[in-house]
Design a protein around this ligand. Structure first.
Ligand SMILES: Cc1cc2nc3c(=O)[nH]c(=O)nc-3n(C[C@H](O)[C@H](O)[C@H](O)COP(=O)(O)O)c2cc1C
Length: 347
């Protein structure tokens, strides 16, 4: 069923209420979640073209590597000057020392803020005692935030998960500690750490985090429609919503949900062509094509017959092929799924 115009304008008004974080104003409350391999500068260019994303997060950058990274050469620690007023750099690391040095560089480069990753549960990350591993040692997690807070004056964000058990009590206690340590905003993904997005998120747990602290709390997880977004806001009282995979599937959703933008019939084709061109500009041909294939899984999830579209694009040898395929195979009369085709989306 189509969302009513009144409901959509109510949501747009709710999301478009500005928010102050660490003394800086952000125009709206719908943000792009950090995603490794996806929220690089090429995607962010396309996102910026469609507009209205309140705050943009980089993919996670290794705190160990950041001090010596060369912007423009590094595939992750790269940006365009115009992005900085709206761009938060996410760091992943295990010790106060490495996080502090990296955060200082993030501030010196002119980013809006720095985000500390306490959510990634990839095996390698846990082995290094970084990401979601920090949720096992709350005192260490808070000490990292405190050390970063003392070092930088830009806003400090923390993105975290429920933790290693289903009980929300330790996460709510940690939220309080992170606030006392100086975090300016929390982004909470209500899943336990080993869960790789296969089971539904526990939306109501966001309310526990929101009630534990007085700094802004953003909710995240499985929001793919305006109804999901409103439900998360209303049910949990969170201050805003961070969107991951659906933003990759439809980067114009920020403009649609916050500003009433109505996408034209050729929007899907337009997206693929713009993305191919941005990837071509930002990466060498092999890296660019590899990144394009990652995108296709999310993009294809928009369509009822997305699998065959994905298979067709997988045969493209270069970006010219990609653009040709987009013009030939993506048309306004394709069958759209209202919510993403989950077999492609559960990645
Ligand atoms: C491919 C991929 C890469 C991700 N990389 C990161 C990351 O670098 N840092 C992070 O905090 N979360 C990362 N996430 C988690 C997302 O930020 C988000 O929490 C998760 O996808 C749930 O939100 P969604 O349902 O809106 O996609 C990643 C998720 C995906 C799918």
């Amino acid at each position: 069923m189509k969302e009513s115009t009144t409901n959509l304008s109510k949501l747009a008004a709710q999301l478009s209420t500005p928010l102050s974080i660490g003394g800086r104003t952000i125009a709206n409350r719908l943000w792009l979640a950090p995603m490794a391999g996806l929220t690089h500068t090429a995607f962010r260019q396309v996102l910026n073209h469609y507009g209205s994303c309140g705050l943009v997060f980089t993919e996670m950058c290794s705190a160990k590597a950041v001090p010596t990274e060369k912007p423009g050469i590094s595939p992750v620690f790269s940006w365009h000057e115009w992005e900085l007023p709206n761009l938060v750099c996410q760091l992943v690391g295990a010790t106060e020392e490495e996080m502090v040095i990296a955060a200082k560089r993030v501030e010196d480069e002119g980013f809006f803020g720095v985000d500390i990753n306490m959510g990634c549960s990839a095996r390698g990350m846990i082995k290094r005692e970084a990401g979601a591993a920090l949720l096992k040692t709350p005192e260490k997690a808070a000490a990292i935030v405190e050390a970063v807070r003392k070092t930088v004056s830009i806003p400090v964000f923390v993105k975290f998960r429920t933790g290693w058990s289903k009980d929300i009590t330790p996460a709510a206690a940690l939220a309080k500690d992170l606030e006392s340590a100086g975090a300016d905003c929390l982004v909470f993904h209500p899943r336990v750490a080993p869960d790789k997005r296969t089971r539904p998120p526990q939306i109501d747990h966001i309310r526990h985090i929101k009630e534990a602290v007085s700094i802004p709390v953003f909710g995240n997880g499985d929001v793919t429609t305006p109804e999901h977004c409103r439900n998360m806001l209303d049910r949990t009282g969170c201050d805003g919503v961070s969107i991951g995979r659906m933003a990759v599937a439809r980067p114009w959703l920020f403009a649609e949900w916050t500003a009433g933008y109505e996408p034209g019939a050729y929007i899907f084709q337009d997206y693929v062509i713009r993305l191919a061109t941005a990837l071509e500009e930002e990466f060498d041909p092999i890296r660019g094509l590899k990144r394009f294939r990652l995108f296709m899984a999310y993009f294809a999830a928009n369509f009822r017959y997305g699998h065959s579209l994905q298979a067709t694009f997988a045969t493209a040898k270069n970006m010219e092929d990609v653009r040709r395929t987009a013009r030939e195979y993506i048309s306004p009369d394709m069958d759209l799924s209202k919510t993403p085709n989950m077999s492609l989306y559960n990645l």
